[in-house]
Write a protein that binds this ligand. Structure first.
Ligand SMILES: Cc1cc2nc3c(=O)[nH]c(=O)nc-3n(C[C@H](O)[C@H](O)[C@H](O)COP(=O)(O)OP(=O)(O)OC[C@H]3O[C@@H](n4cnc5c(N)ncnc54)[C@H](O)[C@@H]3O)c2cc1C
Length: 421
């Protein structure tokens, strides 16, 4: 008996009833994977098709929420269902064969909402989290700058207080989904007289505020999933402060930890885990292209299966910890590193199967296009949320107990630090 079947056998009556309800709702309201017309990738485009796909995703999320199936393990007061991780697992199992268009909500639900839940005010939580869960608000993350990526604490976007408002000036870059987001979590420099980690403040910013300019950046996949975002005298009310002035670094670390869990472990079942659940699709591809019996390919498929299972077990442990109230720790970095390595491995095996069709496919061959897009997206996914080198630094220091990297600017006031821009 495989593991998921064993789970089903000893499920409580309540979980069985929940499974039946989820199954019936999905059959009625969701599209089966094999019947999909518009792919999630279309959201990356800044054209009419993507806006159509965004609207489709929003309508789906609203239906999910209204049916009492969104935010299953989130507190009821913020729009969740107050159920358990087990309910989320059951829902994920039932949803595996369906298109669940969560793409536009991954950053909001996987990173921004957890940050607000931990560091925001009660007003902010009540105002935004239920709307995020219903898909009425889409959020983005405004951390990286041209001179601040891995070392995001070197950021230079300034926020200056002006009465009951703050005025923001600067530039962010690689802002995923910025072009269709309603709000963003932004980290800014509010004090240059203290070391770089100590003068950072986080705000909620309305992406439609006067002075916000969003320009799409094209990736090698051919799509424009991320943007550069300019802030010219953008006014933000003090009520949008997340946490205390000059103490935004802790909240930023919280967002980043959640990001790694979200990318690597599927963030409590809200997001799509990068590199996860593709084994069956690879088998189907190999069968379809007539190479399933190839002995060398079978070795590759077996290694994908093993990596997927290990990552799934690690992800279950991380998600259980998160749901039990533990802040995500360095194991999120393991999942992020492993998940993006696996995504690359899966795409390589798919290309092995596709052969020449991976470089030049017939018009309408959506399967070849999808796998080649996955291959082209793999390097970006490994960089987003922290590069492999940064993940390995974290693992070296926080898991293996190796000496910390030298940080010459750690105690120097930011105004005296040499930063690029
Ligand atoms: C697909 C995608 C989506 C993204 N979405 C967002 C988003 O929504 N919001 C957002 O704010 N940002 C986003 N980013 C930005 C992402 O967080 C940064 O690209 C990432 O943190 C790396 O920063 P950088 O690009 O400036 O590279 P750099 O930090 O300049 O790194 C360059 C190279 O140096 C290496 N390096 C740097 N420091 C060290 C070190 N201390 N030790 C060893 N090696 C090191 C890196 O590993 C890398 O190979 C996204 C990026 C991608 C690719």
């Amino acid at each position: 008996m495989i593991a998921s079947e064993a789970h089903k056998a000893d499920e409580s009556a309540e979980l069985v009833e929940f499974r039946t309800r989820a199954r019936a709702w999905l059959a009625e309201s969701a599209e089966r994977r094999d019947a999909v017309q518009v792919s999630d990738d279309a959201l990356d485009e800044n054209d009419g098709e993507s806006l159509h796909a965004l609207e489709t995703a929003k309508r789906f999320q609203a239906k999910l929420f209204d049916a009492g199936l969104a935010g299953l393990s989130w507190p009821k007061v913020y729009g969740g269902q107050g159920l358990t991780m087990e309910h989320q697992r059951v829902f994920n199992e039932e949803a595996a064969d369906y298109v669940i268009p969560t793409g536009p909500f991954i950053i909001g639900l996987g990173m921004c909402a957890p940050t607000l839940l931990e560091y925001g005010t009660e007003e902010q939580r009540l105002a935004h989290v239920p709307r995020m869960l219903r898909g009425d608000e889409v959020w983005c993350q405004l951390f990286s700058e041209p001179g601040a990526g891995s070392d995001v604490a070197s950021l230079q976007t300034r926020a200056v207080r002006d009465g009951e408002e703050w005025v923001l000036n600067g530039q962010k870059v690689w802002t995923s989904g910025g072009h269709y987001s309603d709000y963003g979590l932004i980290v800014t420099r509010t004090n240059v007289d203290v070391p770089k980690h100590k003068g950072i403040t986080m705000f909620i910013v309305d992406m439609r505020s006067p002075g916000v300019s969003i320009r799409p950046l094209r990736q090698m996949t051919g799509t424009s999933g991320f943007n550069e975002v300019f802030f010219d005298d953008v006014r933000v009310p003090s009520s949008n402060l997340v946490g205390a002035v000059d103490e935004g670094w802790r909240a930023a670390i919280g967002t980043l930890m959640n990001e790694r869990v979200s990318i690597g472990a599927g963030g409590g079942g809200l997001g799509r885990r990068v590199g996860g659940g593709e084994f069956d699709a690879l088998i189907e591809l190999a069968r379809d292209r007539g190479v399933l019996a190839d002995p060398v390919l079978r070795q590759s498929l077996a290694s994908v299966y093993i990596e997927e299972r290990i990552l799934e077990l690690l992800s279950q442990r991380i998600r259980a910890d998160v749901r039990a109230g533990k802040a995500p720790g360095p194991e999120g970095s393991i999942a992020k590193l492993a998940g993006t390595q696996l995504a690359r491995h899966v795409a390589d095996v798919a290309e092995e199967i596709l052969g020449a069709a991976g470089q030049a496919w017939e018009p309408g061959d959506a399967v070849s296009r999808r796998w080649t897009t996955a291959l082209l997206a793999a390097p970006g996914n490994s960089i987003a949320g922290g590069t492999p080198e940064i993940m390995k630094n974290i693992l070296g220091e926080r898991v293996l107990g190796l000496p910390k990297e030298p940080q010459v600017d750690r105690d120097v006031p930011f105004r005296d630090v040499k930063v690029s821009g």
